[in-house]
Design a binder for this molecule. Structure first.
Ligand code: C2E
Ligand code: CA
Ligand code: CA
Length: 282
């Protein structure tokens, strides 16, 4: 009888301990590799492993290039290409994102130093944590004037995926006064409630790719996309459609009054040398 209870207890506890042990090892492995990715990011910033590519934004009526978005790339010496979708969230979790943002602002200036443009609009992705720094306004004041000196019009893209608190929203008003354009990125996918949008000052609403994908798929009409377009028109802000991949999408967006388009249908992100040549011929 006692042996039976003993065997039953063993039969229950062995699989549970086995499961817990496997879970613990997997968790430790996951934690360590994520931790080491943060270490690799720190080294990459020191060793200059990051670089930028630029994706054009075109006028929907003329297809002419109106601006570019700077996008970071990382070619790790041993691991090879690591996408921003992988390392940006890790940089955010480990307090490294503001260093990366500083790098992007500076590298853009270095890249464009040799190329004269007539007020080309350059957008940089800026996380809300950058806005929360005490030195944010001071840094951006200096950057806005340095960009202007180089014939560039600076814009920042604030993702809507993360929460913008009241003080972040207040600072956007001051940033706009510096002549920096403010875009709300990934619109429709994040935290911004419509009431928050009402007391946030911005110039462009970037409609997320997931809404552009609905064009011509579910029905001839894309009701949510149309509501976003109406909203932007009522708020008197300009729109950028992200992830435009087909002519059908480009035509639909143009016919519905979306002013700027960005996506593989027009141009993929490209190196500085490629964009410089393209602009010369544009
Ligand atoms: P995002 O800011 O929404 O950038 C647009 C992303 O969509 C880019 O991916 C771009 O390559 C991709 N894309 C553009 N057109 C198309 C299209 O037609 N189809 C498809 N499928 N994709 C398209 P990327 O460069 O891999 O960047 C992914 C995300 O990583 C960015 O999304 C942004 O959230 C973040 N990221 C990239 N560079 C930076 C950076 O310098 N700083 C920060 N903070 N985040 C960055
Ligand atoms: Ca963006
Ligand atoms: Ca986006």
């Amino acid at each position: 009888m006692i042996t039976g209870i003993y065997t039953n207890t063993l039969l229950v506890t062995i699989p549970i301990s086995l499961f817990l042990s496997i879970f613990w090892h997997l968790f430790s492995y996951w934690y360590q590799t994520r931790g080491s990715l943060a270490e690799k990011i720190k080294k990459a910033l020191i060793n200059n492993e990051f670089f930028l590519v630029y994706q054009p934004l075109v006028d929907s009526s003329t297809s002419k290039i109106k601006g570019v978005e700077a996008l970071i790339r990382w070619n790790h010496p041993r691991s090879g290409f690591i996408g921003p979708d992988v390392f940006i969230p890790v940089a955010e979790q480990h307090g490294l994102i503001n260093n990366i943002t500083d790098f992007v602002f500076e590298r853009t200036l270095v890249d464009w130093k040799t190329h004269t443009t007539n007020n080309l609009h350059i957008s940089i992705n800026v996380p809300p944590s950058y806005l929360s720094q005490n030195s944010c306004l001071e840094k951006l004041t200096l950057l806005a004037s340095r960009y202007k000196e180089q014939g560039l019009k600076l814009g920042i893209e604030i993702t809507e995926r993360q929460l913008l608190d009241k003080s972040d929203r207040a600072i956007l008003t001051d940033i706009k006064k510096l002549g920096i354009d403010v875009s709300i990125d990934d619109f429709g996918t994040g935290y911004t409630s419509l009431s928050v949008l009402e007391d946030t000052e911005f110039d462009y609403l970037k409609i997320d790719r997931c809404f552009i994908n609905t064009i011509g798929i579910k029905s001839i009409n894309s009701p949510v996309l149309n509501s976003i377009i109406n909203l932007a028109n009522n708020m008197n802000v300009l729109m950028v459609a992200e992830g435009v991949e087909t002519k059908e999408q480009a035509d639909y967006l143009k016919d519905h009054g979306v002013q700027l388009l960005q996506g593989y249908f027009f141009y993929k992100p490209m190196s500085f040398e490629e964009i410089a040549t393209l602009l010369e011929n544009n």
